[in-house]
Write a protein that binds this ligand. Structure first.
Ligand code: ZN
Length: 326
């Protein structure tokens, strides 16, 4: 029996009979490429959409979130490593749920959207695809929470069914990706640009890890790239790192670092920059880029007030980019 080649991500794994790709869950079974976690999520949760994080996509709505074991990246600082850095053995396929059942569950629990999240949806692509198609038939929205390390063809194929994405831009040097994530930077940037072109609502997250990717000059470059290639209206979330997995010797991100990064983003011209995992910080809230009116006040994942009226600032009528009414 020959090898099979997986074409979902830029790793292009050549997989021998009975073996898996780098993600641990896509295997060669009798010469066929099979995702062993199809219909077998390892996590199903209802989250506030702010947890994805998405701040400009139906705020205060609930989102049914599913994940399977495995990941095509291997970040030493992974914040979901119990799910992502597992293979598809029985113990990591906790539940059985067909795409139809996932959609029914979302409707039953009043979730207008489904998120494919925690690990990377790229590796459970077929499950995401089938669920998204049925979800759209039932008027649900589909959200990818991803590192964006995927090839353009599968993204183009699934894009008609995907409404929004939060892409984790993990750093802004290739060296960071190679050293810490087992990946490279360019395909992620290509994914971001392509998602925008395909009409997907995109928000970007950057987890700042002290000493690893907290260089302000590099952060400024990243902000400038987002401004130039994705546009000023692209929300950017700077997220606080917690020591985890193989990176336990580095302390949490100082508040000051997150505040400085947020300032850099605003200085570069981005309209919406946020701090994340900083409960109760004023940088969690949305302000009008024109006159500074407080538009959405957040504390953690909770919306305290939402003053946006028909997608506009109530004071100056500036259009606020995002998807506001379900
Ligand atoms: Zn305004």
């Amino acid at each position: 029996m020959g090898k099979v080649r997986c074409e979902l991500c830029p790793k292009y794994c050549e997989i021998d009979e009975g073996q898996s790709g780098d993600c641990r869950i896509r295997v060669n079974l009798d010469g066929k490429l099979v995702a062993t976690t199809y219909g077998r999520p390892s996590a199903i949760h209802i989250d506030p959409i702010e947890k994805k994080p998405l701040n400009h996509f139906y705020p205060a709505s609930r989102i049914l979130s599913i994940a399977t074991a495995g990941c095509n990246l291997h970040c030493s600082h992974c914040q979901n490593w119990q799910i992502s850095q597992q293979d598809g053995t029985e113990v990591n396929k906790r539940y059985k749920a067909s795409p139809e059942q996932i959609v029914k569950t979302a409707i039953k629990y009043n979730c207008p959207s489904i998120a494919y999240t925690y690990s990377d949806p790229v590796i459970f692509y077929e499950y995401v695809y089938d669920t998204s198609v049925i979800g759209h038939e039932k008027k649900l929205k589909n959200v990818l929470v991803t590192a964006g390390y995927m090839n353009p063809e599968p993204l183009k194929e699934i894009a008609p069914y995907i409404d929004a994405a939060n892409v984790d831009l993990k750093g802004f040097t290739n060296e960071f990706y190679q050293k810490n994530c087992g990946a490279t930077l360019k395909p992620v940037l290509d994914t971001l640009v392509l998602m925008k072109e395909l009409g997907i609502w995109v928000e970007v997250t950057n987890l700042i890890i002290p000493t690893k990717n907290d260089d302000m000059a590099t952060i400024r470059k990243m902000c400038k790239w987002i401004y130039d290639h994705l546009g000023a209206d692209t929300p950017l979330h700077f997220s606080k790192f917690h020591p985890m997995y193989r990176v336990r010797n580095i302390p949490s991100t100082p508040v000051k670092t997150l505040e400085n990064a947020q300032k850099e983003a605003l200085n570069v011209g981005l309209h919406y920059a946020y701090v994340g995992n900083l409960f109760g910080h004023k940088g969690e809230s949305t302000r009008c880029p024109t006159d500074g009116t407080l538009l959405i006040k957040r504390i953690g994942y909770k919306i305290i007030e939402n003053n946006i009226k028909s997608g506009k600032c109530p004071t100056c009528s500036t259009k606020i980019s995002g998807r506001w009414e379900v």
